[in-house]
Design a protein around this ligand. Sequence first.
Ligand code: AMP
Ligand code: TRP
Length: 327
Amino acid sequence: MKRMLSGIKPSGQLTLGNYIGALKEFVKYQDEYEMYVFIANLHTLTVYQDPEILRKNLRDTVLLYLACGLDPKKTKIFMQSDIMEQAQLGFILSCNIYLGELNRMTQYKDKLSKGEEGMSSGFYVYPTLMAADILAYQPDYVPVGDDQKQHVELTRDVAVRFNNRYGETFKVPEPLIPKQGARIMSLSDPSKKMSKSDASDKGCIYLLDDPKAARKKVMSAVTDSINEINYDPKNQPGVANLLTIHSALSGTSIDALVEQFKGQGYGTLKKAVADEVEKLLVQLQTSYKELLDQNILTEVLAQGKASAQGIAHATLVEVQTKVGIEI
Ligand code: AMP
Ligand code: TRP
């Protein structure tokens, strides 16, 4: 069975973008692959987090993973900081990644061009830790949304470079980007990604949003004045986004939806999308509450750690031996 690994950075509440771009896919994959999913809690610290809020987000993230259908019997679910080997490998990899490569990371460049003040050095080097998160487990595939593709490419580059310098050590993983739903856009500004770091709350649906409030966000989604339902992300990004969300949640193809809604107003499409979103949130939140009552977090994470640590440890020992720091 091929191995797959991915992580989510819980620096806020999980969004509908996370669900469609990542979680929903993981659930599908867990039957076909040996699946490892971790909560990238160290990565959250690249930007200051209120400790109490962070703790709640971490717990909610694990519970929502489970509520979305990740089954701890099939998927190893663990906390990044529980596997210290990852951070140690991260330092060694950072010594094999050039400053020029980090300077080219778009997330860093974006912040730089916005003149963001107080960027931490942790934020700058975080792609090196991400490379270690991945390579420690020798996965075949890394499913991510397309915003993370560049980081997986850097991971591949450092794997190849390390293998050339020190001999075959790392498997070079492939990114897996979902064809549809890789980028769910903000409802209030469809030129931007739906993101938990969005300034306005209106464009982003959180998985723990009140379902009725989420409906309202969909109903007030920004569209255009063309008034015709087509799938045309370039000229009608708002409508394309609504169609993508509907298709991801209902399983109906975009072509079939365009056919179905042909000649109807945007209000009808929005209502149908709102129905799908409401249905999802009600279902997720019901299982979230049940899981909360069962108090199973610690056990799930301990199990995940037990399955993951051996692999990361073996990789780290091999790396340390190859680079010559083990005497
Ligand atoms: P993040 O929330 O940015 O840490 O991302 C966690 C995972 O969800 C990554 O695989 C992202 O690519 C994916 N993701 C985040 N936001 C979106 C979005 N708006 N559309 C699709 N996928 C997303
Ligand atoms: N950087 C990713 C994000 O912001 C989260 C992440 C950290 C990750 N380590 C990873 C994803 C390893 C895949 C594999 O979404």
